[in-house]
Design a protein around this ligand. Structure first.
Ligand SMILES: Nc1nc2c(ncn2[C@@H]2O[C@H](COP(=O)(O)OP(=O)(O)OP(=O)(O)O)[C@@H](O)[C@H]2O)c(=O)[nH]1
Ligand SMILES: [Mg+2]
Length: 559
């Protein structure tokens, strides 16, 4: 398709949508595409799971530490870096814009300073004269997907729709996981041009890197359904490989920039038009229904929406039950470890006691305590690892289930529409899974065991056998107390982490179902409003909408 032709299609789609008041979101999506196409603006987004080094990578490209980086999820808003006279601008959700100095960036971009994007920032734009950037090309830092900060994931997912090329950031310290796979599968629906960067190569040997690259190539070809994928090993920290990937991207943009932009715009135009058409079809079907039938459908819809509420409540309840079961399981597992530790360590204390009976109480105390300390530390570490393992497994199972529940609910909603009006509408769900051990920010800590035996000084003055006996008893008590205290602590931490996750799952589940319900109800309301007009008016509206639909179908057919 020629560029001119694409611009004509965009104009045609915009003109059609302009006349349809219930499709104004679709219209503004088209307007954005028009502006990008006209100004030849290309967005290259750096995307991937959190902490893979996306912001560090952009800093390395720009050769200056412009963006905040860190070991916890950092980037919380989309940050666009373009060529232009130096300056940083914050764009707020309400349309306002504020110029800020670059040392203030962190106040808006970072999760810590702007948690859950409380400051309601839509995006931040940084202009720089850095020659790594060509005019018209915007490199975009996006929040990482998959962390417990769910809003970061949604922001990254929605920005895919504005991306023309994607630098997908992976890192040698982790195999490609489900979060990344799901994200990639979604990304390839909206973006055609991919560059895979494998970061942090400074942390592995050449041999390990070879292995990792071979693994990645195989896995990525499978996910992308391609015979070949281009992979670029880099170290953002040590500035290795940055020029290589950027030169490749530059060359592609120089040689094929127009084609990349056109193809990308074509995909996006198709997505918007397809969605708009399904909504028009639904509208027409509903308007054409005889009034009593429409009443009937409305009743059915309300009934089904109630069922949607029930589904949500059931999912919610299941999650809660699962959390409780998991905690009980972890508790039991820790208890059995604790019993074993107590048995083993008591026996060891007894043995040491026997061996050192001839020693003075002070020496006996030293021997017993040093054995106790070592033994306790080992056992507590094992207990802690077991706890984390169980938690990770259980958490994994829970998130997988949540995703399944969400899919069921979403399919149910689509079914409602299909059954009532015979129109396909898809509700898009973001699937997330937090599965890595390193993802536990509320870590299960091993509290230092306290090894001070509060011995009455008199014990040292008692006859050797009596004094030693007392010291053994104290050491045994200490062993029990310490195991108990630590076990309680570990269970408490697991419970806390799980409850927090449950709270955030719930929020998401509720939000998604509410959105879906609102969407359906609004549609229905509108149809009802139109139905209250005279039949002539309705006929006219229908004729008009049918005409508009044909025009929109025309835009689609030639794509
Ligand atoms: N060793 C090593 N560490 C790196 C490299 N690149 C980034 N890091 C470290 O990885 C951590 C995460 O880096 P960021 O750049 O903040 O990662 P991000 O992907 O932008 O993270 P989010 O914004 O939370 O999604 C930081 O501690 C960086 O110092 C690298 O090439 N080598
Ligand atoms: Mg970042």
């Amino acid at each position: 398709m020629e560029n001119r032709e694409l611009i004509n299609k965009l104009n045609e789609a915009e003109a059609v949508l302009r006349e349809m008041d219930f499709l104004q979101n679709h219209r503004s999506a088209i307007q954005q595409l028009q502006a990008k196409q006209q100004n030849k603006e290309l967005n290259i987004s750096v995307v991937g799971q959190f902490k893979r080094g996306k912001s560090s990578f952009i800093n390395a490209v720009l050769k200056e530490p412009l963006l905040p980086v860190g070991i916890v999820p950092i980037t919380s808003v989309v940050t666009k870096i373009k060529y232009g006279s130096e300056g940083a601008y914050v764009h707020f959700d309400n349309g306002n814009m504020e110029k800020i100095s670059s040392d203030k960036l962190v106040h808006y971009i970072s999760e810590v300073n702007n948690p859950e994007n409380q400051k309601k920032v839509d995006s931040v734009t940084i202009q720089t004269k850095q020659n790594a950037l060509k005019p018209g090309t915007t490199i975009v830092d996006t929040p990482g997907v998959g962390s417990t900060h769910k809003h970061n994931t949604s922001v990254a997912y929605s920005f895919l729709k504005e991306s023309d090329a994607v630098i997908f950031m992976l890192s040698v310290d982790s195999p490609i996981n489900e979060i990344e796979e799901t994200f990639l599968r979604e990304a390839k629906k909206s973006v055609l041009q991919f560059y895979f960067a494998i970061n942090k190569i400074d942390t592995v040997s050449e041999e390990e890197l070879e292995q990792y690259l071979a693994y990645c190539a195989k896995k990525l070809k499978e996910i992308m359904e391609k015979d070949n994928v281009e992979i670029y090993p880099v170290s953002a920290k040590k500035h290795i490989g940055i020029d290589h990937i950027m030169t490749a991207i530059d060359k592609d943009l120089r040689d094929q920039g127009d084609r990349i932009l056109m193809e990308s715009t074509t995909i996006k135009l198709e997505e918007v038009v397809k969605d708009a058409l399904s909504r028009i079809q639904l509208y027409i079907k509903a308007v054409e229904l005889p009034l009593e039938k429409l009443e009937d459908k409305k009743k059915q819809l309300n009934k089904m929406l109630k069922r949607l509420d029930e589904l949500q409540k059931m999912a919610d309840l299941r999650m809660e039950q699962q959390t409780e079961t998991l905690i009980c399981h972890i508790e039991a597992e820790l208890q059995s470890h604790r019993n074993k530790a107590e048995e083993v360590l008591s026996r060891r204390l007894d043995e040491k006691f026997q061996e050192n009976q001839a020693e003075k109480p002070r020496q006996m105390e030293k021997v017993l305590l040093s054995h106790l300390e070592k033994g306790l530390t080992d056992h507590l570490e094992t207990m802690n690892e077991t706890g984390i393992e169980q938690l990770t497994e259980g958490y994994d199972a829970m998130t997988t289930q949540l995703h399944e529940e969400l899919t069921v609910i979403s399919e149910f909603a689509s079914e409602i529409v299909k059954e009532l009006f015979a129109v396909e509408i898809t509700h898009h769900f973001i699937s997330q899974q937090v599965s890595e051990k390193s993802d536990y920010y509320v870590s299960v800590k091993v509290p230092k065991a306290s090894f001070i035996i509060d011995m009455n000084k008199l014990v040292y003055l008692l006859p050797r056998s009596k004094g030693n006996q007392l010291i053994l008893e104290k050491a045994r008590n200490l062993l029990q107390d310490d195991l108990e205290r630590n076990q309680n602590n570990m269970v408490y931490n697991c419970r806390y982490k799980l409850k927090e996750s449950l709270r955030s799952f719930r929020g998401q589940l509720q939000k998604e179902t509410e959105n879906m319900k609102d969407d359906l109800l609004q549609m229905m309301e509108r149809i009802e409003r139109d139905r209250n007009r005279t039949s002539d008016e309705v006929d006219q509206t229908l004729q008009f909408i049918n005409k508009q639909m044909k025009r929109l179908e025309g835009v689609r057919a030639e794509n």
